[in-house]
Design a protein around this ligand. Structure first.
Ligand SMILES: Cc1ncc(COP(=O)(O)O)c(C=O)c1O
Length: 396
């Protein structure tokens, strides 16, 4: 039992209408609950939206990232440059293949991977030996002492794309694959280009707090034919085109998205602009109020973000403010909040496996200590935003 009163506003909330309810019901009135017309149509909406040839529906963003790792040919012991300031799934997808996430720190404003550090790390890792050591974890490499740099996995944190023009130059220079974890950024744009289409493969996720939801679900997009075909097979227990139900060309998974979820996704995609617009409106209401509260930094956008897509609304408290105490007092007043993100390298299993220590990635840790996600969804009204901001002001 929570010691706090019931929240006056939920931490997040899906935005559903009768169109979504009817779409799911329609599926339930057919015998086709998996691998039918809905998943194909849902995938087609993403081909249309991104302009890319392949969209592969999967049952989570995590599953989508895992398939990208497989498609990139990343194997046990390979090194992949990625960010410690993310939801754990981006690094976990590498661990599923026993690859080594090589973390580099992030940029303070966006919280996205720092391209200058990526360039340095890539140069040193390609050189190997002593130069590479500086970037590698303290332990956890004993079974694979001579790794090989294979890819960059960047994350579009909180709905703002990383700096892909710079990342692309580095990837091309060293022959690396570029994976875009766009799970938080459906609808965002980088220099006018859509998030999800900024690397070789992009992944979106549809958990109920996301811009669109399918309950659970995800979507991979790519313009690379062979990767797209491979990921389609791997999602479906490794069945290649032409395989029968009991033939499996590859070691695959059951990462299929069911028809009810896909139908829900189509109805949500039909409302994408409306959903993004409502989230933008709530973010604007927050911004107007939060700039006036001392000790609070509202989220800031990079110049390259020509359109943000609000996933969560994370403020930063000034250094010296006790975030845990603020969070507790807000919860006591019915306002749920969350620290965002707890750095990946300091999660217990990461510390145990790789020997990371506090201080290893200072910008990530600073953001991790000061970030606080406020209640956020497209269905919040202005009075609720006002109440959250008022309470925050009082508590501070
Ligand atoms: C950056 C990032 N990557 C991956 C995921 C994983 O998505 P899912 O929860 O659908 O597996 C999320 C979900 O929150 C995320 O925020």
């Amino acid at each position: 039992m929570s010691p706090y009163p019931p929240p006056i506003v939920p931490m997040s909330s899906p935005d559903l209408t009768d169109a979504e309810r009817q779409a799911v019901l329609n599926v339930l009135n057919t015998p086709h609950l998996s691998m039918g017309g809905q998943i194909e149509a849902f995938e087609q909406t993403f081909c249309n939206y991104t302009g890319w040839r392949h969209a592969i529906g999967v049952n989570s963003g995590t599953a989508g990232l895992h398939l990208c790792v497989r498609a990139a040919g990343i194997q046990a012991g390979d090194w992949v440059i990625t960010t410690p300031f993310s939801f754990v799934a981006s690094a976990n997808a590498l661990l599923f293949e026993n690859a080594v996430p090589v973390f580099v720190d992030v940029e303070e404003r966006s919280g996205n991977i720092n391209p200058a550090l990526v360039a340095e790390a890539a140069r040193d890792l390609m050189q190997g030996g002593k130069a590479a050591q500086r970037w590698l974890p303290r332990r956890g490499l004993h079974t694979h002492p001579n790794g090989q740099l294979k890819a960059i996995l960047a994350v579009d944190v909180f709905g703002q794309p990383a700096d892909y023009d710079l990342l692309r130059v580095i990837a091309d220079q060293y022959g690396l694959r570029l994976i875009e974890d766009s799970c938080e950024a459906l609808g965002a744009e980088y220099k006018g280009r859509k998030a999800g289409t900024l690397g070789d493969y992009g992944v979106f996720a549809f958990y109920p707090n996301k811009q669109i939801t399918t309950g659970e679900g995800g979507m991979i997009v790519t313009d690379d034919d062979s990767a797209g075909q491979l990921m389609r097979a791997l999602r479906n227990q490794g069945r290649a085109p032409g395989d029968t139900w009991l033939q499996h060309t590859y070691l695959g998974y059951n990462y299929r998205l069911d028809e009810m979820s896909a139908a829900l996704g189509i109805a949500q995609m039909n409302r994408l602009e409306e959903l993004l617009g409502k989230r933008q409106r709530v973010a604007d209401w927050y911004h107007q109020r939060l700039v006036q509260i001392a000790g609070v930094e509202p989220p800031a956008l990079e110049e390259t973000t020509t359109r943000p897509s609000w996933f969560v609304y994370v403020i930063r408290l000034a250094r010296g403010i006790d975030r845990a105490a603020v969070a507790q007092r807000l919860a006591e007043r019915g306002i749920p909040v969350r620290p965002y993100f707890l750095p990946i390298h300091l999660q217990p299993y990461m510390v145990e496996r790789f020997g990371y220590q506090p201080g290893d990635y200072p910008v990530t840790e600073d953001l991790g200590e000061r970030g606080l996600a406020l209640p956020f969804s497209g269905v919040m009204d202005e009075a609720q935003v006002e109440r959250v901001c008022d309470t925050l002001r009082q508590v501070l």
